[in-house]
Design a protein around this ligand. Structure first.
Ligand code: FAD
Length: 343
């Protein structure tokens, strides 16, 4: 029957598209289902840390920065990076990933299709279509229906941002430990605009406070937001596993985004790749994913301390910034940039 597949992937974000790509040229039939008509666009700042340097993304789609500015309570520090950070718009990233699977003979991409129900071996759409699977991959983001079906709780950070139609040149992260706890204001310059926003944990910081900090930052720095629309979305950081018999979670659905920075694109891609390998070989040990999980756990332990004692965050960052002038020791130890991660 036409509606039976070896693997069904719900969600054509970075995790789902990478998973599909890894399953291409195998003997598995793959269906990837996306609720939106166009693949790519998603509320996101599009910042790519050094973790993304392990994946090829065409240079002309990104802007690259060899230096990051870290500001603590409006005091600025330059961080020279061992590997550049980049920015990309989510439309470009999605379309690039889609291009890689578009001629596949075994992958079917279905857009404009919302999955509303999950059963043991079948899923249903809002139009009452049913599709049967041997393996189901939940790549459906921070509010995943697959995760809900598995009965797993989530925990969300919030991101508020504006796309300002001005081209700027500095990649900046501003920390205000007292007001934002472990959250921060970001300035990510893109090719034709600048994405400026605030990431915070709603359990530690009120949305009203975060919004005021963002708006004050914008006005103090001369950005006019009268024509820009504030966007708001959530990031799931609670990891409870990826493998559940014939169901798998990847990316934000698995809670893989980093709680501190909200960075999730690289972890989405890594998990999509690893889960595909696991489907192909159930004995596969997912080493890359485990490496990143260790980094995530270390960072989260630090964040608990920062949320309880915000002044320690200033102290930590200052010590970190001074130390990296001479050593890579602190970076490696706390996984801020995992220099020794091999792929
Ligand atoms: C405000 C904000 C800023 C961020 N900035 C950054 C950043 O700068 N850098 C970074 O690395 N990360 C950032 N992130 C996190 C990043 O966006 C996510 O971690 C990443 O998109 C996760 O990829 P994914 O493939 O798991 O999920 P998503 O990109 O969310 O993709 C999930 C896909 O599933 C589809 N879908 C969902 N439900 C269904 C359904 N029921 N049926 C069919 N389709 C469905 C969605 O339409 C979507 O296309 C940010 C997040 C937010 C909210």
């Amino acid at each position: 029957m036409d509606n039976r597949y070896d693997v069904i992937i719900i969600g054509a974000g970075p995790a789902g598209l990478e998973c599909a790509k890894q399953l291409d040229h195998t003997n598995l039939s793959v269906l990837i289902i996306e609720k939106n008509e166009i693949i790519g666009p998603k509320l996101c700042a599009g910042g790519l840390s050094a973790l993304m340097n392990y994946f090829y993304i065409p240079e002309d789609k990104t802007r690259s920065f060899s230096k990051r500015i870290i500001a603590i309570n409006n005091k600025y520090y330059n961080e020279t990076l061992p590997s550049a950070v980049r920015t990309i718009t989510r439309f470009d990233l999605g379309q690039y990933q889609l291009q890689q699977i578009k001629d596949s003979e075994t992958i079917t991409v279905l857009t404009n299709t919302l999955i509303t129900k999950i059963d043991e071996n079948k899923i249903s759409t809002s139009d009452n279509e049913e599709y049967y699977f041997k393996h189901l991959v939940g790549a459906d983001g921070a509010n995943s229906i697959v995760r809900k079906h598995l009965g797993l709780k989530s925990g969300h950070n919030i991101g508020l941002y504006f796309d300002i139609p001005v081209v700027t040149n500095d990649f900046i992260m501003h920390f205000y430990p007292k007001q934002l706890k472990a959250g921060y204001v970001w300035v990510f310059p893109h090719q034709h605009y600048t994405n400026i926003g605030v990431c915070f944990n709603p359990k530690a910081v009120k949305a009203k406070v975060a919004k005021e900090i963002l708006e004050t930052y914008l006005s103090n720095n001369g950005y006019r937001i009268s024509d820009a629309v504030m966007q708001r979305s959530s990031i799931n950081y609670v990891y409870r596993g990826c493998f559940f018999r014939n169901m798998y979670l990847v990316g934000d659905a698995a809670g893989l985004a980093l709680k501190g920075t909200g960075e999730g694109i690289s972890l989405a891609i890594i998990s999509g790749k690893e889960i595909a390998k696991k489907i192909l070989n159930p004995d596969y040990k997912a080493h890359e994913l485990n490496t990143f999980l260790r980094i995530k756990r270390k960072q989260e332990r630090l964040l608990v301390i920062f949320e309880l004692f915000p002044f320690l965050q200033s102290f930590f960052f200052k010590a970190y910034l001074y130390t990296i002038k001479y050593y890579n020791l602190v970076k490696n130890k706390f996984g801020i940039i995992p220099l020794h991660t091999k792929f």
